[in-house]
Design a protein around this ligand. Structure first.
Ligand code: PHE
Length: 392
């Protein structure tokens, strides 16, 4: 009885399925096809992978806003090749495995022309081999670990890389802050943190400074007291923490509680207003290297800030600026490319030269990295204040 019931169900389903499919046949109208074809070719799909939820949600949200603004402007100006642009964004929950899944889905299922993302280098490293294999260009707005673009000739970035960023902070610590002894606290789960710590150590040592201690944590830890206590004993003048805002905020707070007097230093990963919520007074006086300063008086920066504020109600961070820049570079390349096939678009992106982005002028070198200045910022009154610009 049971199996018969199942067979009947399957049969009727199959029949129903057939009927549903066959239904338009008796009426010989081409209407559905005609309607479907232009709808598809009317838009150019841009893929985006971002951390919209999870530990680094602030990164993904700012980036998404920046990209949305660039695409909205491009559409208002007539789109690309007579077509409107549309962004399909998937949330990777701040996890590399999910970033990889999202990339596969965007490319094989949605057939996007280009993939924008990710922010965190570990996530971009999980995505890049897929884009490379499928020959769909990927542009990371803000991943700075050198290995990301080394994956292959379809992988680009519109930001500088960590060997430069690490040099910038080492030089500032040595030349301006006059530090001789610095300790390092790095996140061993993050390709970005490990790579940046290594560069900083090498450069700072080459400049005559000394790394007196190195301690580690893993993304998502909540108690850093053991490491901070060990570092405190070394009497370093500065502590370099190349991590992300969510961990850094807590690290700064616990350091303060333990009476650590050393000046905290970091990189672009600190960039989010959330840092000030989490770290409060404990992050005051810290120094970071970053991609852009909202205090930059140049019209490109100030116009962007005005438009962004009007749309999203906050001052854009460097993630938003770089998200905007990455979308602009992709769109501009789409306009120049003879067609939007992977190889054609890849070639057009590779030729990006002197493109005026919000976070500096973008010229891609033969390794598909942008070569551009960095800024040094100081945390002052719960904000990042501009201190200096360092050229490559
Ligand atoms: N550079 C970081 C990384 O590669 C990401 C980041 C960029 C974070 C800019 C904040 C601001 O992981």
């Amino acid at each position: 009885m049971r199996s018969l019931g199942a067979v009947v169900a399957v049969l009727s389903l199959a029949f129903w399925g057939c009927e549903k499919k066959a239904a338009p046949a008796p009426a010989p109208t081409k209407a559905p096809e005609v309607a479907a074809a232009p709808a598809e070719s009317d838009t150019i799909l841009i893929g985006e992978v971002g951390s919209l939820t999870g530990s680094e949600a602030a990164f993904g949200i700012s980036t998404k806003n920046g990209i949305a603004l660039a695409v909205e402007e491009a559409n208002a100006a007539g789109g690309v090749k007579g077509k409107k642009l549309e962004v399909r964004v998937y949330d990777d929950q701040s996890k590399p495995e999910e970033a990889a899944n999202a990339t596969t889905r965007l490319i094989t299922q949605d057939k996007v022309k280009v993939v924008l993302g990710e922010v965190a280098s570990s996530n971009s490293l999980a995505m890049a081999p897929i884009a490379q294999e499928k020959k769909v260009p990927m542009i990371t707005p803000s991943s700075t670990n050198p290995k990301v673009t080394e994956v292959g000739d379809y992988i680009f970035r519109v930001c500088f890389i960590d060997p430069f960023q690490g040099f910038v902070m080492a030089k500032y610590a040595r030349d301006e802050l006059k530090f001789g002894k610095v300790a390092i606290l790095k996140d061993v789960k993050s390709a970005y943190s490990v790579g940046l710590a290594e560069v900083f150590e090498r450069k700072f040592t080459e400049m005559g400074g000394k790394i007196v201690a190195t301690e580690s944590y893993s993304k998502g830890d909540s108690d850093f007291r053991a490491q901070l206590t060990a570092l405190k004993k070394q009497k370093a003048e500065g502590i370099y923490v190349p991590g992300y805002y969510n961990d850094v905020g807590i690290i700064a707070r616990q350091a303060k509680e333990l009476g650590v007097k050393a000046v905290m230093m970091g990189g672009d990963g600190w960039d989010s207003d959330k840092l000030f919520e989490l770290g409060g007074a404990a992050v005051e006086g810290a120094f970071v290297s970053n991609h852009y300063s909202a205090e930059d008086p140049s019209p490109v920066v100030q116009n962007f800030i005005t438009k962004y504020k009007a749309k999203f109600g906050s001052v854009p961070d460097s993630l938003a600026a770089l998200g905007y820049d990455s979308a602009q570079v992709a769109i501009e390349a789409m306009k120049r490319a003879p067609d939007l096939s992977g190889p054609a678009l890849r070639d057009a992106i590779a030729q990006t030269k002197d493109f005026q982005g919000v976070a500096g002028k973008i010229s891609l070198d033969d390794k598909r990295n942008a070569v551009k200045p960095a800024v040094v910022l100081k945390v002052k009154d719960g904000k990042f204040a501009y201190v200096a610009t360092v050229n490559p």
